[in-house]
Design a protein around this ligand. Structure first.
Ligand SMILES: [Zn+2]
Length: 479
C-alpha cells in the first residue's frame, strides 16, 4: 500500500581512518597492527594516573594534508577535547577528540558517477585517538587488547547531503582511494583500519524538514554500505507509510544474514560532557606548516583520471581503472613513456597485469614484470616479432622467470613467422589438402576465409603473422 507520498533518503557518513604514523597519537608506543595483545602500551595510552599526553606531529601533518586535498579550511588553532564515556575499551574513561574547534572545516569530495559530477560537502575532519579492542568469547570471557588504544584516527564527517546508497558507497570508495593516494591510511575495511558509520533519514519530497535519523554500524565493505542503507530505507519507508514513527536507533548490519539488528535505542542524544583537554595546549598549525603539507600532496585521483583521458585519449572507464591505485597509474605511465603506445599499454595493464595481480593477490610494487619488461614485450608486438596471442604466453613466461621479453620469445621459439616464403609454403600445403573448402570458397562462400586463416595459425603453432598470411591466402584462393 502506498500513501502517495514520495520519500527521499538523506544520508550522512562518518569515516574513521587509522593514520599510518609510526607512533600513537599521544605517546611514543608503536602504532602497529597485529602485535601480541597488550605489548604496545605505556602509562599514557593505558590512562594511568599522572601520565601526560603529547601530540604526535606526524598525525597532525597527515590530517592537514587530507584536509587540503579535500578543500577544507585548515584552522590555525584547534582544540582537543575530552569525550567522556565509560566502556571497558577506554581505560581513561574518556577519549581525546575534538569538539567545537576541529582542525579542518568544510570542504568537499568530488567524484563522477557516469556523466554526473557529484560533490559531497563535508562538515569537518578532526583528530582523535582510538579505543582498545574487545575480544569476545574467549573461554567464556571477553578480553581486552589495549594495543589499539591511542592509535591516531581522523574522523571525516559529511554533511547530510548524500542522496542514495550508491553515492554513499562511491563516496567511501573515493575517500579510501584518496587516503591511499596520500599514503596516510591503508584503507583496510576488513581489518578495521577504515571504518564507516552511516546515518539515514527520510524526508518527504518538497519538504525540507529532516526526519528522525537512525544509524548503522558494522559496515565493513562497500557492498555492506549499499545493502545496509537500502534495507534501512525500505524499513523506514514501510514504517512511515503504515503511519508509524521512526525511533532514533543504532542498528548493526549483519552481512551474513543481510539484515539489520537493533543494537540500542537512543532515548536522548548522548551526553559526552565534552570539555577542552586540560593536559594539552591549543593545537597551533601555522601557515608555514600548512604550506609544507600542501607541497607534499601528489596529483589527486580525479585530476589524474581526467588527465589520463586528455593526455592518452583513454575512455573514462579505462582512465578510472588505471588510476584506482597510484602505483598502478605509475606503472602504466612508465610503460607509456617507454613504448609511446598509450592504448596498447592500457590494454595490457588492464587485462594482463591487473588480472595477474588479482589472482596472485600481489602488490604491483613487487610485481615480477616491471614496466620495462612489459614495454619490451609491447615493442616486440609492435615490430611484428610476436603476435598478440603469443604475447600473452610471453607475458606469463616473464612473470615466472623474470627474464626479458626478448629472451622469453627466443627461449619459447615464439617469433612470429612473417617471412613470405615460409608462409607461402604453409599456405600451399593447406590449400592442397582442402580441395572441398577451396571449391566452396571459389563458389562464393567467402566466409571460409576464416577457416583457412585458422588452419594457417594451427599449422604455424600460432606464430604466423595474420596480416601477411591473410594477404597471401587471398591471392592464392582468389587466383
Ligand atoms: Zn603508549
Amino acid at each position: 500500500m502506498s500513501s502517495g507520498i514520495e520519500y527521499v533518503p538523506v544520508i550522512g557518513l562518518e569515516v574513521h581512518a587509522q593514520l599510518l604514523t609510526r607512533t600513537k597519537m599521544f605517546c611514543r608506543c608503536p602504532a602497529e597492527f597485529g602485535a601480541e595483545p597488550n605489548t604496545m602500551v605505556c602509562p599514557v595510552c593505558l590512562g594511568l594516573p599522572g601520565a601526560l599526553p603529547a601530540v604526535n606531529r606526524e598525525a597532525v601533518s597527515m590530517a592537514v594534508r587530507l584536509g587540503l586535498a579535500l578543500g577544507c579550511t585548515i584552522e590555525n588553532e584547534s582544540v582537543f577535547a575530552r569525550k567522556n564515556y565509560f566502556y571497558p575499551d577506554a581505560p581513561r574513561n574518556y577519549q581525546i577528540s575534538m569538539y567545537d574547534r576541529p582542525l579542518c572545516c568544510g570542504g568537499s569530495l568530488v567524484f563522477e558517477d557516469g556523466e554526473e559530477e557529484v560533490s559531497i560537502g563535508l562538515e569537518r575532519i578532526h583528530l582523535e585517538d582510538d579505543a582498545g579492542k574487545l575480544l569476545h568469547d574467549r573461554g567464556g570471557h571477553s578480553l581486552i587488547d589495549f594495543n589499539r588504544c591511542g592509535v591516531p584516527l581522523v574522523e571525516i564527517v559529511t554533511l547530510p547531503v548524500i542522496r542514495s546508497p550508491r553515492h554513499a558507497s562511491l563516496y567511501l570508495q573515493r575517500i579510501r582511494q584518496l587516503l591511499r593516494y596520500l599514503g596516510i591510511c591503508d584503507g583496510n575495511l576488513e581489518e578495521g583500519s577504515l571504518r564507516v558509520d552511516v546515518n539515514i533519514s527520510l524526508r518527504e519530497r518538497g519538504d525540507e524538514t529532516l526526519g528522525t535519523r537512525t544509524e548503522i554500524k558494522n559496515l565493513n565493505s562497500f557492498k555492506a554500505v549499499e545493502a545496509g542503507l537500502e534495507t534501512e530505507i525500505e524499513r523506514q519507508r514501510g514504517e512511515l507509510e503504515a503511519g508509524g514513527k521512526i525511533l532514533q536507533v543504532t542498528n548493526l548490519w549483519d552481512a551474513k544474514e543481510k539484515r539489520l539488528v537493533m543494537m540500542r535505542r537512543k532515548e536522548h542524544t548522548n551526553d559526552y560532557r565534552y570539555f577542552p583537554e586540560p593536559d594539552l595546549p591549543v593545537l597551533t598549525v601555522g601557515d608555514d606548516w600548512i604550506e609544507d603539507e600542501r607541497a607534499k600532496i601528489p596529483e589527486l585521483p580525479l585530476e589524474r583520471e581526467r588527465r589520463f583521458q586528455r593526455e592518452y585519449g583513454l575512455s573514462a572507464y579505462d582512465a578510472g581503472v588505471l588510476t584506482t591505485e597510484s602505483n598502478i597509474a605509475d606503472y602504466f605511465e612508465e610503460t607509456v613513456r617507454l613504448t609511446g603506445e598509450p592504448k596498447m599499454s592500457a590494454n595490457w595493464v588492464m587485462r594482463d597485469v591487473l588480472r595477474e595481480l588479482k589472482t596472485s593477490g600481489g602488490d604491483i610494487g613487487v610485481f615480477p614484470a616491471g614496466p620495462d619488461a612489459l614495454a619490451g614485450l609491447i615493442d616486440l608486438i609492435k615490430e611484428g616479432v610476436v603476435s598478440t596471442s603469443a604475447g600473452a604466453e610471453v607475458f606469463t613466461a616473464i612473470l615466472e622467470s623474470g627474464e626479458s621479453a626478448v629472451d622469453a620469445v627466443r627461449r619459447l621459439g615464439l617469433e612470429q613467422i612473417s617471412g613470405e616464403d615460409v608462409l607461402e609454403a604453409i599456405i600451399d600445403r593447406i590449400v592442397e589438402s582442402n580441395p572441398d573448402a577451396l571449391e566452396r570458397y571459389r563458389g562464393g562462400k567467402k566466409q571460409l576465409m576464416k577457416f583457412f586463416v585458422g588452419q594457417v595459425m594451427k599449422e604455424s603453432g600460432g606464430k604466423a603473422d595474420p596480416v601477411i598470411a591473410g594477404e597471401i591466402l587471398r591471392k592464392k584462393l582468389d587466383g
